[in-house]
Design a binder for this molecule. Structure first.
Ligand code: MYA
Ligand code: JJ1
Length: 389
């Protein structure tokens, strides 16, 4: 059934919860890893995508805009911006050889892509140097030709050559074997547009006017001391984040350089807000962040793009979680977002309903490569402390 995935060091559906936590493959060394790239079918070639070159960024952006992830009914397609891709993929510790493209040799057209970025991820009591794999994409005209397994094997080889043997990734499709299966939730900010484009529907016995009123938000935030995160907050934010992420079974561990990168403010890419204690100026007590991921609206006469904010990490110590996320909704609404999305990971389940999020039709499965979880071998969404872009 899974001709490729059955050959890979991942948990299989056939196994139960047996075995201790740890690597699945016998340990290898960098010298055990083949030095030559995998063979591609004739007329295709490997290509490092140097995202420091804006012409290359544009090529990756075009490939993904036209061929990346769609919802089950092909009404919307993720449209990561060029700036987002640069921010996400040129992160601390990035390696250009991990931004793997496939080109048609004759035309040099980019038709395939996969990326890896480094991350330290703690699974229960083990902190493991991993990569996060994202943006696996094959052009629509080249689907079902087994190019995806080649991209996956080639990036595995390149990552292994750097002495890294584990990876974390998420996907909407079911593969062997999820560590966790999470759900998307959506909070309408611009209900009229969402209904117009078929993203949501008028609830039974609701008028448009009542719906708009239901989702109306205040114009200003409610938490005293809430402000944009700045570079001089980085050490305190690192402490806050790592202390909080310690509560979950699978979570990243951030160093300050990574926090400075992942928790900055770049318009229409990433927003991070902190609470600076009104009673103790200079002391940062809370944090909320969201990233921008628009979707193309496929085949609509008027609207072409849905502007969505996705909740990234939120940590509270001085205010209720619900209040800080509610302020994030206000900030997103005033910045013109149409919808605010969140997963049911971490403590998010405690505010979703109260803040009028509704369950979406999409799932997100979390996976680990070459790492087996201990007893049980899967965890619930509340135990997931990791958000990938
Ligand atoms: S998830 C987002 C994935 N991208 C999309 O969904 C965009 C739209 N779709 C496409 O571009 C294509 O349909 C893709 C498949 C490229 C997805 N993850 O080439 P094929 C398996 C893993 O004939 P295509 C993200 O980016 C499928 O089960 N495997 O198929 C994280 C089958 O294997 P098997 C997938 O449709 C990616 C084989 O591929 C996925 O032309 C993490 C068929 O290949 C998927 N999303 O292309 C990747 N979809 O026979 C793993 C299908 O066994 C990383 N397949 O059923 C692993 C860690 C690597 C690093 C390790 C370091 C140590
Ligand atoms: O966005 C998603 N679903 C939307 C649109 C559905 C359109 C028809 N299929 C949805 N809307 C309902 C919202 C409504 C708002 C008011 C309250 C009630 C709810 O459900 C879904 C997520 O739910 N998105 C996708 O399916 C996109 C793919 C998700 C998998 C992502 C893979 C990630 C890639 C790896 O990193």
């Amino acid at each position: 059934k899974y001709a490729f995935w059955e050959t890979q060091p991942v948990a299989q559906f056939s196994e139960g919860g047996e075995g201790a936590e740890g690597p699945i493959d016998a340990p290898k060394t960098v010298d055990d890893v083949r030095s030559e790239p995998y063979y591609l079918p004739d007329s295709f070639e490997w290509s490092v995508c140097n995202l420091n070159n804006d012409a290359v960024v544009e090529e990756v952006y075009e490939l993904l805009s036209n061929n990346y992830v769609e919802d089950d009914d092909s009404m919307f397609r993720f449209k990561y911006s060029a700036n987002f891709l640069k921010w996400c993929l040129l992160c601390p510790g990035h390696r250009l050889e991990w931004l793997v493209g496939v080109r048609v040799t004759a035309s040099q057209k980019l038709v395939g892509f996969i990326s890896a970025i480094p991350a330290n991820i703690r699974v229960s009591d083990n902190t493991v140097a991993m990569v996060e794999i994202n943006f696996l994409c094959v052009h629509k005209k080249l689907r079902s030709k087994r190019l995806a397994p080649l991209l996956i094997k080639e990036i595995t080889r390149r990552v292994n050559k750097c002495n890294i043997w584990q990876a974390a990734y998420t996907a909407g499709v079911l593969l062997p074997k999820p560590v966790a299966t999470c759900r998307y939730y959506h909070r309408s900010l611009n209900p009229r547009k969402l209904i117009d484009v078929g993203f949501s529907r008028l609830a039974p016995r609701m008028t448009m006017a009542r719906t708009i009123k239901l989702y109306k938000l205040p114009e200003t935030t409610s938490t005293p001391g809430l402000r944009e995160c700045r570079p001089d907050d980085v050490l305190q934010v690192t402490e806050l984040l790592n202390a909080h992420l310690g509560l979950y079974k699978v979570a990243p561990k951030f160093v300050p350089e990574e926090v400075a990168h992942w928790f900055q403010n770049i318009d229409n890419v990433i927003n991070t807000f902190v609470v600076e204690s009104p009673s103790t100026p200079g002391r940062v007590t809370d944090l909320v962040s969201f990233y921008t991921l628009p979707s193309s609206i496929l085949g609509h006469p008027q609207h072409t793009e849905l502007k969505a904010a996705y909740l990234y990490y939120v940590v509270v110590t001085s205010v209720p979680l619900r209040q800080l996320v509610s302020d994030a909704l206000v900030l997103a609404a005033t910045r013109g977002y149409d919808v605010f999305n969140a997963l049911d990971v971490m403590n998010n389940g405690t505010f979703l309903r109260e803040l009028k999020f509704g369950q979406g039709d999409g799932q997100l499965h979390y996976y680990l490569y070459n790492w087996r979880l201990g007893a049980g071998c899967s965890i619930s969404p509340q135990d997931v402390g990791l958000v990938l872009m």
